[in-house]
Design a protein around this ligand. Structure first.
Ligand code: FEO
Ligand code: CA
Ligand code: CA
Ligand code: CA
Length: 614
């Protein structure tokens, strides 16, 4: 690489904080010249000793303390209301959530799905549509009324199935806060049975043909939708993640796993994760339909208005997708950054073949383009390697993108979760949530981009594309924050300089920029508040200033939840935040209180003075 650094090659903003970051990075490089854990111990410039414990965030809020309470904690001057919960009806003829039966397949199919995750708002005239993913279900919660704490009847199985997919609803602010507009023509559910068309290199491929779809052109269903994306042409992207957990081979005891099934996590023993979908739908029995798993693990594109049919975008590759962060490059290409959330998997970039035109018809831009995997070099440089060099056919390259990425030598990462692009600067950030195999398995070697053995706390890495053009193949990178615990550790496990006793967290996951350029960080981590994690409390949301790299805690969730999904009302006076699986281990009654079953929910956060948030 040249002597250019990510910050120095940009002539704008040569302020001190950039220099601090580079210095931190230089110290970091110096102190980690060899990759043994002992080399990290002396990295004092990065530990919490230099943290500014009592500084204040640039946006007006007083940071909140860690909490282990079963409630949502917000800064003084902020308040929240519940917008939507698992099981709330979206039509006036739908029953209210029944706390005794916890619903049926029929009621679930016309109600809000479970485990809300990625989300976005869309504006149609003066109306607001909220689209959100329903990632999965917690069997112990959804079937807490069953002795086995799992689906028992066929109706139970289908109830769980219909709790997956997406929910699309019109919402409106009333004098009692934000509410669903029941019966709006926009309201609908997208489920594991909804029909999608297939676009991109896998259309018509033998790899995706099944009994129901001998032409390989139509796929039923989307499920395990984790993070999301939004296009400038008004569509929503939902990202299929852990699709492997739904397939079993219950009807064939002789099932043996092939190398593709192994790489994509189809269980060796032919068991699913307890959902039992094969019991009511043979598509999910891999001994009957061996290609069905190849039809999932994609990014899907959905028109919130329902005018255009949903599509599976095979050009963006098949893996355990986290989110899809889309940006138009200076050269006019549509860039989509994507993480594959599994230990030792990769960070990807899609570059569209055709260019975006503000006034043109852009709806096919994600049908064709090139897929790349990230390679990180220890000197702070990096490059995107095209998967077209992987020695696979075009269809294999996308259906087995993980294998293509391995063939071309991408850098195995500490579980890439959300990617976020700074709207005011050519740079992108990715959460690397944690990885107990780092430094422990040969395919997870320690390196500068993944520098900690077993990485229990996770980190956020950022990169700047060469020439400030996201379509360029070269970039520079540094580590924005190493999460850690300065109470427990004085080495790298104590975290980078911007972690202190007042803002510590673990397992960064959701990342999103607001329109002002603040970076919001959501966590999906260890909430035990013990040992390595003492003092961190429940999962939380923090705000980072990308310029100074200072981080402040804004929100703490209820017990055993994850904070995931973030968007704003069109006027930015309301911030919608996702509270996923409170009481995952049986320890919460949020949001309905005493003795009630916990329910995933989206909250509407406002300032008391009515001013905009982000
Ligand atoms: Fe669904 Fe990687 O979180
Ligand atoms: Ca996530
Ligand atoms: Ca996660
Ligand atoms: Ca989750």
């Amino acid at each position: 690489m040249t002597n250019d650094s990510p910050s120095l090659d940009t002539k704008d903003e040569p302020h001190e904080t950039d220099l601090d970051l580079i210095l931190a990075r230089r110290e970091f490089l110096k102190n980690t010249a060899s990759y043994g854990a002992s080399a990290f111990v002396s990295a004092t410039s990065l530990n919490a000793a230099s943290a500014l414990a009592d500084d204040q965030p640039p946006t007006a809020f007083k940071p909140v303390s860690a909490s282990t309470n079963d409630t949502v904690v917000l800064p003084e001057g902020y308040e929240y209301s519940i917008l939507i919960r698992w099981g709330d009806p979206i039509y006036s003829n739908g029953p209210e959530f029944d706390p005794e039966t916890l619903g049926s397949a029929a009621s679930q199919a016309i109600s809000v799905g479970d485990n809300n995750d990625g989300m976005d708002t869309f504006t149609v005239g003066t109306r607001t549509i909220l689209v959100f993913n329903n990632e999965f279900t917690n069997l112990e919660i959804m079937f807490s009324n069953r002795a086995s704490r799992s689906p028992e009847t066929n109706d139970d199985v289908d109830k769980g199935k219909y709790a997956h997919g997406l929910t699309i609803v019109e919402i409106k602010e009333t004098n009692k806060g934000w509410k669903i507009v029941k019966d709006s023509e926009f309201n609908r559910r997208i489920t594991p049975n909804t029909e999608f068309s297939v676009v991109g290199p896998a259309v018509g491929s033998d790899l995706i043909k099944t009994t129901n779809d001998p032409l390989g052109k139509k796929i039923l269903g989307t499920f395990n939708n984790c993070g999301n994306g939004k296009t400038p042409w008004g569509t929503y992207l939902a990202c299929e993640e852990n699709i492997n957990g739904y397939f079993s081979s219950n009807l064939n005891e002789k099932f043996t796993q092939n190398r593709y099934e192994k790489r994509y996590g189809i269980a060796k023993n032919g068991q699913d994760w307890g959902y039992k979908w094969a019991q009511t739908d043979t598509r999910f029995d891999v001994s009957i339909e061996p290609n069905e798993p190849n039809r999932h693990g994609w990014i899907v594109e959905i028109d919130p208005t329902g005018e255009r049919k949903p599509k599976k975008l095979t050009a963006l590759g098949r893996f355990k997708h986290e989110n899809a962060e889309l940006v138009i490059s200076t050269s006019g290409r549509v860039i989509v950054y994507m993480g594959d959330d599994e230990r030792g998997e990769f960070l990807y970039k899609f570059v569209s073949k055709a260019k975006y035109e503000a006034q043109g018809n852009n709806s096919d831009l994600l049908h064709e383009g090139e897929l790349y995997v990230a390679k990180f070099y220890d000197d702070g440089s990096g490059k995107w390697i095209s998967l077209s060099d992987a020695n696979l056919s075009k269809e294999e390259t996308v259906v087995y993108a993980r294998i293509a990425a391995s063939n071309v030598g991408g850098t195995t990462m500490d579980r890439p979760e959300w990617v976020a692009v700074n709207p005011h600067k050519a740079e992108a950030y990715v959460s690397l949530t944690n990885n107990k195999y780092r430094g422990e398995k040969p395919s997870h070697p320690l390196n500068m981009a993944n520098p900690r053995r077993k990485n229990p706390y996770g980190h956020i890495l950022r990169w700047t594309p060469k020439n400030k053009d996201h379509a360029e193949n070269n970039f520079y990178w540094d580590i924005f924050v190493l999460a850690g615990n300065p109470y427990e550790h004085s080495d790298l496990y104590g975290g980078s300089w911007n972690i202190n006793a007042n803002n510590m967290f673990n397992s960064p996951d959701g990342l999103k920029f607001d329109s002002r350029g603040n970076l919001w960080i959501q966590t999906d981590g260890d909430y035990s508040n013990k040992d390595e994690f003492a003092g961190m409390g429940n999962n939380q949301m923090l705000m980072a200033d990308p310029g100074t790299a200072k981080i402040h805690r804004f929100l703490v969730g209820p017990k055993e939840c994850e904070i995931t999904g973030l968007t704003w009302s069109p006027d930015k006076r309301t911030m919608f935040v996702g509270i996923q699986h409170p009481g995952q281990k049986g320890g919460s009654n949020w949001p309905d209180g005493k003795n009630s079953v916990p329910r995933s929910a989206i909250i509407a956060v406002k300032r008391n003075d009515g001013k905009a948030i982000g």
